[in-house]
Write a protein of this length. Structure first.
Length: 264
């Protein structure tokens, strides 16, 4: 609703904005940004390729500026005030998987996440953009929902073409999104463009089912659970609707992947 960036705000206004965001959406953390003078990321790092550091400066401008951020991110106004003073030109992140779950929709030269979102809305019969808090990003939108108590929206990249999930649950697999007021590396400012009158709304059950669990009747389809995909994990829905799962003998599952399987 306000297109001003954090860097444009006075210190008192920046503190007030961060405090308000943390009360509404969850814990906050400082995030690196693009230095306007040099055009590179304030992390001062270099790009790695094949585990080797190159001489190409980092241009990410959107990764955490806080060691162990999952633990140290805060909603304490006093801590936020200290960070706001220490990082006057920096970006800010919101921890997901606690108060909020976020659906990140990107438009890129090779894929249009908005097409995927429209197809998803038609599939479940719900206008997600009217239900969610909608944030305009650097190259798309984000849809904020109240965190699913069962933690079923897990941080996942490419769950549909151009669509990522930033979620998590009970301190495991927590995600992060740039907060409204931050600047994307392309110069666009993240901003809230619409919000339900009653604030964050629950994640629609139909959306969770569509993203994670639905399979075609009488078909053997590949699904992903905690990063295990392809031939290692198969799901079949019988004619009577009962789901059956088969783990191939060569699949090695972590504790989190086993938990995901139990949810399925």
């Amino acid at each position: 609703m306000n297109d001003a960036s954090f860097a444009d705000l006075s210190l008192p206004d920046r503190i007030a904005a961060l405090t308000s965001l943390s009360q509404r959406f969850g814990r906050i953390l400082p995030v690196h940004s693009i230095d306007s003078a040099t055009g590179v990321c304030t992390c001062g790092g270099f790009v790695k390729r094949k585990d080797k550091t190159t001489d190409v400066p980092c241009h990410a401008g959107k990764h955490p500026n806080l060691w162990k951020w999952q633990v140290k991110a805060s909603s304490d106004p006093k801590q936020l005030a200290k960070w706001a003073d220490k990082f006057p030109g920096g970006n800010w992140g919101i921890v997901t998987g606690e108060l909020t779950d976020v659906i990140d929709v990107d438009t890129k030269p090779t894929v249009d996440g908005m097409d995927s979102l429209r197809a998803l809305e038609a599939e479940i019969g719900i206008d997600l953009m009217s239900l969610a808090v909608v944030v305009k990003t650097g190259n798309g939108i984000q849809l904020y929902f109240a965190h699913d108590p069962a933690g079923r929206l897990k941080t996942t990249a490419g769950i549909r073409p151009g669509i990522d999930i930033r979620g998590g649950h009970k301190g495991k697999g927590l995600g992060m999104v740039l907060a409204p007021g931050s600047k994307h590396p392309n110069g666009n400012t993240y901003q809230i463009v619409s919000m339900p009158e009653n604030g964050l709304q629950p994640v629609p059950e139909a959306l969770i089912l569509a993203l994670y669990y639905q399979q075609s009747n009488n078909s053997l389809s590949t699904v992903c659970v905690g990063g295990v995909c392809g031939s290692k994990l198969k799901a079949r829905v019988q004619v009577n609707g009962e789901q059956r799962f088969q783990i191939m003998q060569d699949a090695v599952l972590t504790a989190d992947q086993k938990a995901d399987l139990e949810i399925l």
